[in-house]
Ligand binder design. Structure first.
Ligand code: AMP
Ligand code: MN
Length: 271
């Protein structure tokens, strides 16, 4: 990955193919710089490929992730938009480090930077790796729980792109926009309803149903919502690294047969 994963696109492709994946998309956060490498690596490993990304947007004071699939990876508008949304990460990271310093954890900005391939993409995941490496916590889940989620010392909210802009960047570049792991947001039923309707009004066409971030009960809940809102359904591992992710590439259950798989909307974009 070229954002906060630990494996290269080539290593991910090999791992996915080894696990039986037939159609793969690499979805780095707010970044599409790895797309040509990933497509080539998919080809080399006998898999079909769809371009991918996962864009952070702010909706109802919460960060929501919008996956883009099947867009043109060289689209100028999309590249410009992603560059703009990455712009705030450096300053936010400094604020996160200041918050951690107040509870006795020093040098976190420099420590986290040590884990980032791309300084524009410094994320909570990199802070989590630093806190594990320095012995402050035993694993990244403990870091998020104690330090990096709302109300905790290293948490700094950030305004990302708008829902409207993210959906338009993706669709204007020929892709399909997908709401990532809808079960992970702390929305009320009304807020979630507003998210789905607004997303759809902007041209969004799918939601993630089966993902490493959902429980089996949520697979059922969001399959029902996909049918209710007439969304296509997506399936994604949210795999970041062998040590941190509980779901490996290609190991999730299939989508229920009633759903329209998102890749059927993208047949002409499959490489
Ligand atoms: P950021 O974009 O800097 O807010 O960081 C987002 C990253 O943090 C994503 O890669 C998420 O997968 C990861 N993340 C968010 N919440 C958690 C959590 N509770 N446990 C582990 N990782 C998380
Ligand atoms: Mn996500």
């Amino acid at each position: 990955m070229v954002s906060d994963g630990t494996l290269t696109p080539e290593a991910l492709a090999e791992r996915a193919a080894g696990n039986g994946v037939e159609l793969w998309a690499l979805t780095d956060h707010d970044e599409i710089g790895g797309q040509h490498r990933a497509a080539a690596a998919a080809r080399a490993n006998g898999m079909k490929y769809l371009t991918g990304t996962e864009i952070s947007v702010t909706f109802a004071n919460e960060t929501v992730h919008i996956v883009g699939l099947g867009f043109d990876p060289d689209d100028a508008g999309m590249k410009r938009g992603l560059l703009k949304t990455r712009g705030g990460r450096g300053a936010r990271a400094q604020e996160m480090a200041a918050g951690l310093a107040k509870v006795g954890i020093h040098g976190a900005y420099e420590g986290a930077l040590g884990f980032v391939g791309n300084p524009e993409l410094i994320s909570r995941t990199h802070f989590a790796r630093f806190l594990v490496e320095s012995g402050a916590c035993k694993d990244t889940h403990e870091v998020f729980r104690k330090y990096l989620t709302e109300g905790k010392p290293g948490y700094v909210p950030h305004r990302w792109a708008s829902l409207r802009d993210a959906v338009h960047w993706i669709t204007d570049a020929g892709g399909v926009a997908v709401i990532a792991h809808p079960g992970r947001y702390k929305f009320t039923a009304n807020e979630e309803y507003a998210l789905f309707l607004e997303f759809k009004a902007h041209g969004g066409r799918a939601i993630e149903v089966v993902t490493g971030s959902h429980t089996p009960a949520e697979y059922v809940e969001y399959a029902d919502k996909a049918l209710e809102f007439d969304f296509a359904a997506s399936r994604g591992s949210d795999f970041h690294s062998p040590d941190e992710s509980h779901t490996d590439l290609g190991k999730l259950p299939p989508l229920s047969g009633q759903l329209m798989p998102v890749w059927e909307l993208l047949e002409d974009r499959i490489q």
